[in-house]
Design a protein around this ligand. Structure first.
Ligand SMILES: [Zn+2]
Length: 88
């Protein structure tokens, strides 16, 4: 998702995670890292999501909701598979 910086309107912001821990901590870490992610402008630094236009904010929130739902779906599937295996 490309978005211009709301402060300088010149640079494109890049999504950045506050730490790399999420990548190594599995599903839960991924969810935490995802919800804690912020955006960085090469010129202005870290920009809170609240400073972006409403349209961009709702897009980010929708994406987050979808990724959380997807992760929850995978998690539920694993539980079901384990449960089925227990029954056999
Ligand atoms: Zn900027």
């Amino acid at each position: 998702m490309e978005q211009l910086c709301p402060r300088c309107h010149e640079q494109q912001v890049a999504k950045s995670s506050t730490s790399n821990a999420g990548r190594h901590a599995g599903l839960i870490g991924l969810l935490i890292a995802n919800s804690a992610a912020s955006y960085n402008c090469p010129a202005c630094g870290k920009i809170p999501l609240a400073e972006f236009p409403e349209e961009f904010q709702s897009g980010v929130k929708r994406k987050r909701t979808l990724s959380i739902l997807g992760a929850a779906g995978v998690f539920a599937l694993i539980i079901v598979l384990l449960f089925v295996r227990e029954m056999m």
